[in-house]
Design a protein around this ligand. Structure first.
Ligand code: GDP
Ligand code: MG
Length: 437
């Protein structure tokens, strides 16, 4: 992966006293190759690494930091700048504001429409109206209706109407009457860029004059994503990009290349199928992610939205004093379950994404663990160290598990506590982690 390649590229620099023409050249080559492997267009990768090289050579080497660290910083800063510097705002000031959603079929438009409505309703206090303008597949209307029901947002649809422009206009009138201050129009997509689809979306654009036209693209589609983005931008002159499916084996490459090619801001990233897994796009975080530093900030934010402050403080204290026990663990499981898909969350921890990409982690995975914790006595839960062989046997029996399951779980729990101890040692640099636990 890109982060692994960058990792090893930087390792080559370790131990060098200063950044020289020679060691930069080999590192830069490695970075370029890694970017290309991650589906970044060759020319863009070359431009990027040229800039990095220039900066690195111009940099005074301070003895306090290693050349490797310095290079990481230069690459990261450059990535951040390339991806837009700061996060981009959504233009939703006028009433009603119209947001048009466009993209290929299967890119995640309908899912994103639901997530965006949910986001605007719950985080921005808006009253959105979802509009089903995918007139080709009856199932598309139902899909949006189901999403709308889940988040308590009205879905405007006309199953008999086969004119997307007309539907959009009617929806606008409906919204004005109904007091909706945001209209999200979910349009039809095709499997490939096609003239009929483009004309239709362009006509909807002309008719409703959207404040925002968001181009939705599956971040796993790599190089193709770039061509699609280009085609849509030439035709629609969209205002922003939404990168979906950033969960799983993420490729930061798409974010980089699309931003570079169409010069439009990436506004949102979508990371999972649950409706509350939408995040504003932060270039800084994406750069960290591409560099394999993990997306701790998002993780912490999501955690903060769920954790109550008191509980978090209590937990932080326990972790700091190395007193984390099974009772805390059980509470954490409850919290995590509220936060969203477990695998998505774990993938945000630095170094973990790679390790778990082939492992199937379902939320049901908790069931066995909860059963095991459940069959411990309160004393055992508070004193994990006293759980010996005979207690394990009893716990296994009570939970309907094998002794091996209990042993394995105890081992994992122990490793977790070791990790927490290590994080405590790191001190300031583990601030975010500590707050999260
Ligand atoms: P549309 O054809 O563009 O409207 O795409 P849909 O919203 O119907 O999504 C296509 C498929 O991708 C569905 O199975 C979604 O559940 C899935 N999907 C959408 N967004 C995400 C995402 O961020 N992550 C993952 N893993 N799946 C997603
Ligand atoms: Mg759809």
């Amino acid at each position: 992966s890109l982060s692994e390649r960058l990792d090893s590229a930087f390792k080559q620099l370790k131990g060098e006293g200063r950044i020289s023409e020679i060691n930069v050249a080999s590192t830069v080559k490695e970075i370029r190759r890694a970017l290309v492997d991650a589906d970044v267009n060759y020319k863009i990768a070359k431009d990027f690494t040229d800039r990095v090289r220039e900066k690195a050579l111009g940099e005074k080497v301070i003895t306090a930091i290693s050349p490797g660290q310095l290079m990481v910083k230069i690459v990261k800063d450059e990535l951040v700048e390339l991806m837009g510097g700061t996060e981009a705002e959504l233009d939703i000031k006028s009433t009603p504001s119209v947001i048009l959603i466009a993209g290929l079929q299967g890119s995640g438009k309908t899912t994103f429409s639901g997530k965006l409505a949910n986001f605007l309703k719950s985080k921005k206090g808006k009253k959105p109206l979802l509009v089903a303008a995918d007139i080709y597949r009856p199932a598309a209307i139902d899909q949006l209706k189901v999403l709308g029901e889940q988040i308590g947002v009205e879905v405007y649809n006309e199953p008999e109407n086969k004119d997307a422009v007309n539907i959009a206009q009617n929806a606008l009138a409906h919204a004005k009457q109904n007091g909706n201050n945001i209209i999200i129009i979910d349009t039809a997509g095709r499997l490939a860029v096609d003239e009929v689809m483009m004309t239709e979306v362009a006509n909807v654009k002309a008719a409703v004059k959207p404040n925002e036209i968001l181009f939705v693209v599956d971040s796993m589609t790599g190089q193709d994503a770039v061509n699609t983005a280009k085609a849509f931008n030439e035709r629609l002159d969209f205002t922003g990009v939404v990168l979906t499916k950033l969960d799983g084996d993420t490729r930061g490459g798409a974010a980089l290349t699309i931003k570079y090619t169409v010069e439009k801001p990436i506004k949102f990233v979508s990371m999972g199928e649950k409706l509350d897994t939408l995040d504003v796009f932060y270039p800084e975080r994406m750069a960290q992610r591409i560099l394999g530093m993990g997306d701790i900030t998002t993780l912490v934010e999501r955690a903060q939205a769920q954790f109550d402050e008191e509980q978090a403080k209590k937990l932080e204290k326990k972790i700091r004093q190395n007193q984390f026990d099974f009772e805390d663990f059980r509470e954490q499981l409850q919290q995590i379950k509220k936060m969203g898909n477990l695998k998505d969350l774990m993938a945000m921890i630095p170094g973990v994404g790679k390790a778990i990409k082939d492992i199937d982690i379902s939320d049901d995975a908790f069931k066995g663990i909860e059963a095991m914790i459940g069959s411990m006595t309160p004393y055992e839960r508070n004193n994990p160290d006293i759980i010996d062989g005979s207690r394990r046997k009893r716990i296994a029996k009570g939970a309907g598990k094998d002794i091996q399951d209990v042993n394995q779980f105890m081992k994992q729990f122990d490793q977790m506590r070791q990790m927490m101890k290590m994080m405590n040692k790191f001190g300031a640099s583990g601030k975010g982690l500590r707050a999260l636990g």
